[in-house]
Design a protein around this ligand. Structure first.
Ligand code: ITT
Length: 216
């Protein structure tokens, strides 16, 4: 079975990607996650989501080069990563590339949400327009071919005025999914994983892996 490393330090993202790819029942892939204890250093300082996603793959490749025993043990076929963000229309697309660190380096989810809601309270346009979208740029690195491919997904919604729900992660408690009229933190993980920006991007990545014909 082909092995694919999901190059992320975010356990929530990994769980979602695992569930999304798991839905492709004809695609048997072994997903690998290296948790924070591996201390893979990534500097996300690029000017686009795609470049940041590529940087994550390169960071994990560098880490594995320095750890040849682990690299041999994992025997990887692919490395996939993603860079995602929240874009709020009345804030001119902010937080955008800075979504994870909106309230500062290593900011907590709640600190980021508070900065967002406070910023929106102060902006007149945000009283009437609360449109937003989550975007996801997935990067798939094929080790044998030494090639990078990119896949995009988005989920349109609205920013609520208050926090609701305890599921999910990040900005989910303030992101209303119109289809459910609930925040992404109030709906079931299966409901989120059927329509999310990540589901769209990784659905395309899974199709691309399938079309390589090395699996089934
Ligand atoms: P990795 O870089 O290690 O993958 P990260 O959490 O730092 O993990 P990003 O740099 O891509 O990930 O930051 C994206 C941020 O956007 C993330 O930390 C969340 O705050 C937010 N975000 C992305 N997808 C989300 C989702 O499905 N629900 C809620 N918030 C999300």
């Amino acid at each position: 079975m082909p092995n694919i490393l999901i190059a992320t330090g975010n356990a929530h993202k990994f769980q979602e990607i695992e569930a999304i790819i798991g839905k492709f029942t004809d695609l048997s892939l072994n997903l690998v996650y290296l948790d924070k204890s591996y201390r893979v250093e990534i500097i996300e300082d690029r000017k686009s989501y795609e470049e940041n996603a590529k940087t994550k793959v390169e960071g994990y490749l560098e880490f594995l080069e320095k750890n040849p025993d682990l690299r041999a043990e994992l025997n990887l076929d692919f490395i996939a990563s993603e860079d995602s963000g929240l874009e709020v229309e009345c804030l001119g697309g902010e937080p955008g590339l800075f979504t994870a660190r909106y309230a500062g380096e290593n900011a907590s989810d709640i600190a980021n949400i508070e900065k967002l809601l406070n910023g929106m309270r102060l902006k007149k346009e945000c009283a009437e327009n609360r449109l937003a979208k989550f975007v996801c740029h997935a990067c798939l690195y094929d080790i044998k071919k030494n090639s990078f491919e990119y896949f995009y997904g988005e989920l349109k919604g609205l920013i609520s005025e208050e926090i609701s729900g305890t599921k999910g992660f990040g900005y989910d408690p303030v992101f209303i999914v119109p289809e459910f009229n609930k925040t992404a933190a109030q709906i079931a993980p299966e409901e989120k994983n059927a329509i999310s920006h990540r589901a769209v991007a990784f659905g395309k990545a899974a199709d691309a892996i399938k079309s390589k014909g090395r699996l089934i």
